[in-house]
Ligand binder design. Structure first.
Ligand code: FEO
Length: 166
């Protein structure tokens, strides 16, 4: 059985992952309308991953005989000034998710909930990868600067990457 505190924190994490899904999907819609299909596909792929994260926790709560309680998801940002700003917003979001996962691990540990702590290890590792992946794109965008052909080449590269992963 989950303690009330751990259950509430897991439900809050489901909301956060769904919020991330919505954020990435909104970024994908923006990039699609800005005629960057590769960046849009990359964001769409990551949106799907966030939904998988939410569902992993959703199923875990049920396995532990808890009650999933879905809450409202705030409206995401709809537009950004630059492509780099889109990815910086994604990075900011990932850092918030990482902090939340770490706090959840701390809570599981203090509640002596070993099953939840072990379950969360996957998320701890996943966050390291997620931050690294977003940072790689930001670094490439830094190198490209205002060089438009470079932006289109990266759009193509990320589109192929998203296709290979889906
Ligand atoms: Fe599920 Fe990207 O955090």
């Amino acid at each position: 059985m989950l303690s009330e505190k751990v259950l509430a924190a897991l439900n809050a994490q489901i909301n956060m992952e769904l919020n991330a899904f919505y954020t990435y999907l909104s970024a994908s819609a923006f990039l699609e309308s800005a005629n960057f299909p590769g960046f849009a596909a990359w964001m769409h792929h990551h949106a799907e991953e966030e939904m998988e994260h939410a569902m992993k926790i959703y199923h875990f709560v049920h396995e532990r005989l808890g009650r999933v309680s879905l809450q409202a998801i705030p409206a995401p940002t709809q537009s950004w000034d630059t492509i780099k700003a889109v990815f910086e917003a994604a990075m900011h979001h990932e850092q918030k998710v990482t902090a939340s996962i770490n706090a959840l691990v701390d809570l599981a540990r203090s509640e002596k909930d070993h099953a939840t702590e072990v379950f969360l290890h996957w998320f701890v590792k996943e966050q390291v990868e997620e931050e690294m992946i977003v940072d790689q794109v930001i670094q490439k965008l830094n190198l490209i600067g205002d060089f438009r052909p470079g932006l289109f080449m990266l759009d193509h590269e990320l589109g192929e990457e998203a296709e290979g992963e889906s």
